[in-house]
Design a protein around this ligand. Sequence first.
Ligand code: 2U9
Length: 344
Amino acid sequence: MKEQLESIKQEALGRIVSADELKELQEIKVAYLGKKGSLTSVLRGMGKLSKEERPLIGELANQVREEITTALEEKGQKLEELALEKQLEEEAIDVTLPGRPVEVGGEHLLTKIVEEIEDLFIGMGYEVREGPEVETDYYNFEALNLPKGHPARDMQDTFYITNELLMRTHTSPVQARTMKEFDGDQSVKMICPGKVYRRDTDDATHSHQFTQIEGLYVGKDVRMSDLKGTLDQFAKKMFGKDREIRLRPSFFPFTEPSVEMDISCKVCNGQGCSVCKGTGWIEILGAGMVHPNVLEMAGYDPKEYTGFAFGMGPERIAMLKYGVNDIRQFYTNDKRFLEQYHNA
Ligand code: 2U9
């Protein structure tokens, strides 16, 4: 039995030395020390030994078990260390390696322009209001002095959803709703940015969906000179303090008198060039004094209250400011186009 124990020990230690995986050690442990292990089965045979031999063999057997157990633990530790080293190696991060570029997006050029214009008017004490894109015929047209059948309605080809519901063609209904809400007894100073819809064929300067920012200032004794001053401020802050503005007579059903505002061309400084088509001036927005009909329909007494309003297209301003030559680029999500203005 002594030899048996010795050979079991040698065999076990031999297998432990050549083991290179933790699970092998587990198998060896079971094979030798387990319930059905060879050392265990030898011990079961001790009953046949003489009572002199039993303590010796018992001692030897425990010794062999100790040695095999110790060898298993040491080899186990060594294999765990090796596994950790290998893992660390595999997971080693070469901090000198360049990082994988994380593509960082940026604000859309239109968002930048709209926020720039918003901040400008907030700075002049205007509040920003928004409203529904699906609008009623009343607030989109009638409240703005465009009764049913009015020819000017055709100027704004409309997406009708029902006879009474449509995709708003301008953001003016938000101003009309606000005036109605204030019900003619308090002043209004607001701008309203947002998407608008026109049943247009898309081309380089027209899109069926585009953006507008309109503004309204209603109060007691609001004059044309207040409008001119406000627009001059806007032009200088938006396009440069050396820009001049020019107001030309125009017509909008919801303002009387109506004007269009031009700024002096930055490229030729008013001398005339291809950008300003030789005029020296570039049209930016439309405006006017709020039509008395519009005031009345919103509950304001035109003898007590007057107001001015204006409207502009941020796409047009972005195209002028950044030399974009096709309005559709704002909507086609071409990364090459969008990335150009990340740091604009
Ligand atoms: C109320 C009263 C009056 C809003 C106005 C304009 C002039 C204007 C154009 C700008 C670019 C339309 O998209 S565009 O082509 N708009 O020129 N808008 S005055 O007048 C209002 C609005 C609301 C209650």
